[in-house]
Design a protein around this ligand. Structure first.
Ligand code: DX5
Ligand code: ZN
Length: 220
């Protein structure tokens, strides 16, 4: 059985107080911190990158930094992200691959001391990761088009989650986009065990309650 992992996305925190908000998430029971790195090219938005992650790492030596790279050339960021203190490097299979393809990229991520994951945009099917699955620590199924917090959960991605869960019973399967206590049951029933949420947590005045509710859905 895979375990429940709740990974609040700091994209919706108060970015001027990221270390404080991150510490609060951990105090409320979050397992990981989800860091959305965007380059304004792979997605139409800019967020933050290695310098901010390095600052957060300095403030918090222990937290597991689950980094979601929405960038055109992920291979360029493996070294800088590892140096900044990332624990997990999740790249999009739709982005540009280095020489040697996704296999080489996964190897470079692991050689740099990080866990490796592949993310799938809503239009990308489960077969896209078939030849890499054995080397992966996690598969991320996007439940919105990547780029922004606060979008609506795409329930039509649940067949993909089910397929991936059937194929890989022990894999961490992450869902990201529009997850809240209202939508999470769709995702956990399909087999997701790693839940990302930004606006549902940071927009609530009971942040711990939301984290608890998300976990309860995975655990039931
Ligand atoms: C979107 C990001 C998400 C985003 C989720 O591209 O990958 O992690 O922060 O935000 P919510 O939970 O508000 O949909
Ligand atoms: Zn994300």
């Amino acid at each position: 059985m895979v375990k429940s992992i709740i990974s609040p996305s700091l994209l919706s925190c108060d970015l001027a107080n990221i270390a404080t908000d991150a510490a609060q998430m951990i105090a409320y029971g979050a397992d990981w911190l989800h860091m959305d790195v965007m380059d304004g090219h792979f997605v139409p938005n800019l967020s933050f990158g290695p310098p901010v992650i390095a600052s957060l790492r300095k403030a918090n030596k222990e937290a597991f930094l689950d980094c979601h790279l929405m960038v055109s050339q992920p291979a360029n960021w493996v070294g800088p992200m590892a140096k900044a203190g990332a624990n997990q490097f999740v790249f999009h299979i739709e982005s540009e691959m280095p020489e040697g393809g996704a296999k080489a990229l996964i190897k470079s991520i692991k050689d740099a001391g990080m866990q490796a994951g592949i993310a799938l945009k809503p239009g990308t099917g489960a077969d896209a990761i078939a030849e890499y699955a054995d080397d992966l620590d996690m598969i991320l199924v996007m439940t919105v088009e990547p780029g922004f917090s606060g979008q609506s959960f795409m329930a039509n991605q649940m067949d993909k989650v089910k397929t991936i869960r059937e194929r890989y019973p022990n894999m961490n399967i992450q869902v990201d986009g529009g997850l809240s206590p209202k939508t999470v049951d769709n995702a956990t029933a399909a087999g997701a065990n790693v839940i990302v949420a930004a606006s549902a947590i940071f927009g609530s005045d009971d942040q711990k309650g939301v984290i608890d509710a998300l976990r309860a859905s995975v655990d039931k």
